[in-house]
Design a protein around this ligand. Structure first.
Ligand code: PMP
Length: 330
């Protein structure tokens, strides 16, 4: 019989797929690391299993414990999936800009979800950082993984994502591009690739316009899961060689193109990372191999990015970019 012991055995080893259409005019090869192939549907499965393993080993998480985490969805799904197998309860805190679809997914995996306002300072008692701290203090057996400061977050990428990319590209990768949220992906993967290549891999971060990583003040943006209004310790600013800021509009239009032209139904932070990857690739030649990491699937964004009305309400969709009408086709 060929089977896996549990879904947890399917975490990692995600495929690399060449981008063929959105790259037209570029000479470098641009490959996408498609993280929605993880069993929970995102890159965050990688950090979930490693943070829980480490907490069990250190005794911070004990049998019957409760996992409390502020998360925009993907980390929640990863944690909930691992928690089920290991007998823990999950309580997640997320900002109100997160789509209902994503919240419902976390609830479907058996987690409790508390929703907090986005439009308050991080210091405000109702901010999602503060609400989760209060829940940790008040819940017996609670453990907060804190993906923003947990060294196992970048470490999971140093030990899995980085080595996978080196092996999959036969050591030919010359540029790695990823969106920056907690900073775990870019810091861990980037550090591994720089070490193994003796500095031969350029590391480029993609950031929503307005976020601190690209010099902003934390001004609101709509793309989910990336950008911050503070500097998390999971982020090592020594790793990226460059940070490219991308607007919501460019991120979302590219996200839609990836679905229609590349068959990749992915989330908004993926479109953002691809825009940055294409900008980086413009300066590169035919021997270059650019890998861009795509964190999650587009299924969680059908009512937003893939909804013409929502896009038009924000002014992201020009008339000529909407659905093709019969008149257009004839
Ligand atoms: N995209 C999405 C959709 C995410 O949920 C996250 C995680 N917050 C990221 C990108 C960024 O990854 P990281 O936290 O490792 O920087």
């Amino acid at each position: 019989m060929r089977y896996h012991e549990s879904m947890l055995d399917l975490i990692g080893d995600t495929p690399l797929v060449k981008l063929n259409s959105v790259t037209s005019g570029l000479s470098a090869t641009v490959l996408a690391k498609v993280e929605y192939f993880n069993p929970g549907g995102s890159v965050k499965d990688r950090i979930a299993v490693r943070m829980i393993d480490a907490a069990e080993q250190s005794g911070a998480l004990r049998p019957g414990g409760v996992i409390v985490e502020p998360t925009s969805g993907n980390t929640g799904v990863g944690l909930a999936m691992v928690a089920q197998r290991r007998g823990y309860k999950c309580v997640f805190v997320c900002p109100d800009k997160v789509s209902m679809d994503k919240i419902n997914v976390m609830r479907a995996y058996g987690a409790e979800v508390v929703v907090c306002p986005t439009a308050v300072d991080p210091e405000h008692p109702d901010s999602y950082y503060n609400v989760s701290d209060r829940l940790v203090r008040e819940t017996p057996g609670a453990w907060k993984p804190d993906q923003y400061s947990n060294p196992e977050n970048p470490q999971s990428h140093y030990l899995s994502t980085g080595p996978e990319l080196w092996e999959q590209t036969d050591g030919r990768i010359t540029c790695f591009v990823a969106g920056v949220g907690t900073g775990g992906t870019i810091s861990g993967t980037g550090r591994f690739l720089k070490e193994v290549s003796n500095g031969g891999v350029r590391v480029v971060g993609a950031d929503p316009e307005g976020s601190v990583y690209s010099g902003g003040s934390g001004r609101p943006y709509l793309v989910e899961g990336v950008g911050e209004d503070f500097w998390p310790t999971a982020y090592d600013s020594a790793v990226p060689d460059e940070i490219i800021a991308v607007s919501d509009r460019d991120s979302f239009l590219m996200t839609r193109r990836l679905a229609r032209e590349e068959g990749l139904l992915v989330g908004g932070s993926c479109g953002m990372a691809v825009v940055a990857a294409l900008r980086a690739a413009e300066r590169l030649g035919p021997d270059d191999v650019v890998v861009v990491l795509l964190p999650d699937s587009g299924r969680g964004y059908l009512s937003k990015i893939f909804n013409d009305e929502w896009m038009a309400d924000y002014g992201f969709l020009d008339a000529d970019q909407g659905e093709a009408t019969v008149a257009d086709i004839l």
